[in-house]
Design a protein around this ligand. Structure first.
Ligand code: SF4
Length: 234
């Protein structure tokens, strides 16, 4: 990339609102990783808005969002409650598997290293590295860097090549950003992706990264590395 990670971090000033990030909202509200894990599962492959609707349904139905309370909800009712977030079967199964794992308490998990926590979460069927990393970064301040579709698109455009979850993590974690800054960077990039560097017709004229961006430098005539085909930048 033309600009280093620290420079990109510095240029981006908007971190968005808490309400626009379901993991942020859940972790801040409950001060507990388990509701955050459930919220993040609900956000898989859908918008945070849709996930929030499903999460609110669960919160309204349950006295407390605990593993044992979730396990008392019949599976068909659980699927109905989370319907707004889509992928009902896989999300319901991931929620149930998570609840079973933590039914007898979470102290054993909380006391683990970040690496062991990550291994444990990824071991749950239906929970991948992104969901695990969102929880670990948001609730535990672990040195991980989750990338969503916005972050992959921005990094691919900045670097002029298709970047994957692993290559982005490597690049960001090789920087000197602290864990707190990693969390801010994650939110800043998603906010940029939602408001400015959109999939179609990115608003480059208001982007603070134009001189860092290979896609912008190509004059919008080349192949968009985030989409693998010709695309207009403006
Ligand atoms: S200059 Fe345009 S394509 Fe590059 S990061 Fe900014 S909005 Fe995205």
């Amino acid at each position: 990339m033309k600009c280093g990670v620290r420079e990109v971090f510095k240029r981006l000033t908007e971190i968005g609102k808490k309400e626009a990030f379901i993991a942020w909202l859940a972790c801040d509200t409950y001060q507990d990783f388990f509701p955050t894990l459930i919220a993040t599962v609900l956000s898989q492959n859908t918008s945070d808005k849709a996930a929030l609707k499903a999460f609110s349904n669960l919160v309204s139905r349950l006295d407390s969002l605990t593993p044992s309370a979730l396990l008392r909800v019949p599976i068909d009712e659980l699927k109905e409650l989370i319907r707004p977030s889509g992928l009902l079967n896989s999300k319901a199964n991931a929620i149930i598997e998570s609840a079973k794992l933590f039914e007898d308490g979470t102290d054993w998990f909380v006391s683990m290293s970040c690496e062991d926590k990550r291994r444990t979460l990824i071991g749950i069927k239906g929970i991948g590295e992104k969901t695990a990393d969102v929880v670990l970064l948001t609730c535990f301040g672990c040195r991980v860097f989750p990338s969503d579709t916005h972050i992959k698109r921005i990094f691919s455009r900045l670097s002029g090549r298709k970047m994957t979850y692993d290559t982005i993590s490597q690049a960001v974690l090789d920087s000197d950003l602290s864990a707190d800054e990693l969390l801010m960077f994650h939110r800043k990039l998603i906010t940029l992706g939602r408001a400015v560097c959109s999939s179609r017709n990115p608003k480059c004229s208001v982007c603070p990264l134009t001189d860092c961006c290979e896609y912008y430098a190509s004059g919008s005539q080349g192949v968009d590395p985030s989409r693998g085909r010709r695309s207009q930048a403006d």
